[in-house]
Design a protein around this ligand. Structure first.
Ligand code: ITT
Length: 193
């Protein structure tokens, strides 16, 4: 049995994606809609790790947090760990303006999830999806930069043109979450032996 998870995020879009996968796997989950410590670093995993320890200090074991970002090749990986700030300041339109006239549109979304167990042991799991930045925003689903991100392995639609379940097939977030689930599954199997 995988223990219940408490997901700490202020972002309702992230919670919707996490909870849809966890519920489909029969894993109990609940939402803690609070901010956690966000250190300054170029490394999503390091940001998530410190956020996870902060969440553990405040709410105890069985918590998970995520740090995620959009990495645009032509901008040397910008906005990356600064994605949340860039979304709130210049937004989707501002990012498209930075890429005006730029043919190289390769980009990726990355996710780092930190899970902290009841002993205070933290583990980080990462996921990535490669794709392209669209010429203009399309679609009304999802959140954040979804209207301008086209996954490479998709059918040309942006994430915002997909249903939540379709986005889950490709998503960086779900790839990281599946690694966490495998880790938790292995541990409870090991305990049963
Ligand atoms: P929490 O820290 O409270 O979880 P947040 O939205 O601030 O919420 P992040 O610090 O991880 O989360 O910021 C990631 C930003 O990157 C997010 O606000 C979006 O703008 C963008 N982003 C990450 N994953 C995304 C996705 O699946 N779709 C669209 N945009 C995404």
């Amino acid at each position: 049995m995988i223990p219940g998870l408490r997901v700490v995020t202020t972002n309702p879009g992230k919670w919707a994606e996490f909870s849809s996968v966890l519920q489909s796997l029969g894993v109990e989950c609940s939402w803690i809609r609070e901010n956690v410590l966000e250190i300054q670093s170029d490394d999503l995993g390091e940001i998530a790790y410190h956020a996870g320890l902060d969440a553990y200090r405040r709410w105890g074991g069985g918590v998970m947090v995520e740090d995620a970002g959009l990495y645009i090749d032509a901008l040397n990986g910008f906005p990356g760990p600064y994605s949340s700030y860039i979304y709130r300041t210049i937004g989707v339109g501002g990012v498209l303006r930075l890429l005006a006239g730029v043919d190289e549109r390769n980009a990726s979304f990355r996710s780092a999830i930190c899970y902290v167990d009841s002993y205070g042991v933290a583990a980080v799991f990462t996921g990535e999806v490669e794709g392209y930045i669209a010429a203009e925003p399309r679609g009304s689903g999802g959140f954040g930069f979804d209207p301008i991100f086209i996954p490479r392995e998709g059918d040309g639609r942006t994430f915002a043109e997909m249903t939540l379940l379709e986005k889950n097939v490709y998503s960086h977030r779900v790839k990281a979450l599946k690694k966490l689930i495998a880790h938790l599954g292995d541990r409870s199997l090991a305990r049963d032996i």
